[in-house]
Design a protein. Sequence first.
Length: 353
Amino acid sequence: MAEKLISKKKPFYPISTALSQFLKAYDRWITTPILYEDLLRFAGSVAVYDKNDEDSLWVRVYYSDSERREIDYNLKKIYTLLHSDGNESGIPYLNVDAIDYCTFGNSKPFRIKIRNILNDNFTYYYIKKTDASRVYGLELEHMLSPYNLNFLVNDSTLIEEHIAGIPGDLFIKDFLPKCSDGEKAQIAKEYVKFNERSMIRLLGDMRAYNYVVVPTHDFDQVVYKIRPIDFDQQSFEGKLSVYRPQFFKENKALMDLVRAKLNQNSINQYKVEERSIVARRIISSGNRLKKLISIMQSEILTNKENLVRLREEIFKFTRDNAFKESKSMGDIMHASLHFVRNHYEKVDMHDLF
């Protein structure tokens, strides 16, 4: 029987003093008016079903009358802190339409639906228990991907903005079969790039329900992008395959698409393109990325067994001694980004002459 890719539940890692100082310097730190633990005191819940009357694995929670008013106000306050400067003048025009709790997965987040009562526009944000792994994942995504991320954190509570898109499992089931041949080829290209980017930055567990597909209309075509939405498995697991979405059975339909639509030369070309783009982001991120990785190098973010296995597997993959000599997951991240940047600079210099 094939070995399970993810074998154990990942522990939550606390925010270190050095990481908290970094987050404060870049305006990520917040004194929240309500904590994750406060929301756990709900009085009851009801199951939330999707449009097909299937269990969504979320439950809608409700609170006693004595607590609901304060909770509603504080959730609106958090919304203003996340999306503006915390000014309370807009709070009377906000309504908390729903507080949902996910019983599936490691993070067990709360999903808050906030509606503007003046125009009925609404959005979501998430409240989770703080985990250093997830914070590193969010920061690395912010700096190394095409997308900026908005989040706030303190020692106990993490607040993340909603990442809009079609959940990957839903897209594969309901949307992918209806795509044209041209769209399928474009999705295959994007999936190769997404796979490469996840591996470079050691973002694990990109099963179909942990990323979204984002369609964008561009002149006479629809362009599809893939974005991760769960950063729990940042630099924890010891198997290199965990950081390569192609090895999850939930993504088989997209891998079949890659094989059907792209030849090996095209796949290699798209991998090189993505590595070059990531290398440029490493260079342009400047001191911010250097500071983050330096802090990460001194952190404990996994167990020794995972660390030893991952550095050995990546060494066999790259033959770069920096991986073999890594003493922490931060060291492996440093070696990975250094490897990508060096390769880019060598290719770039070769192209100049």
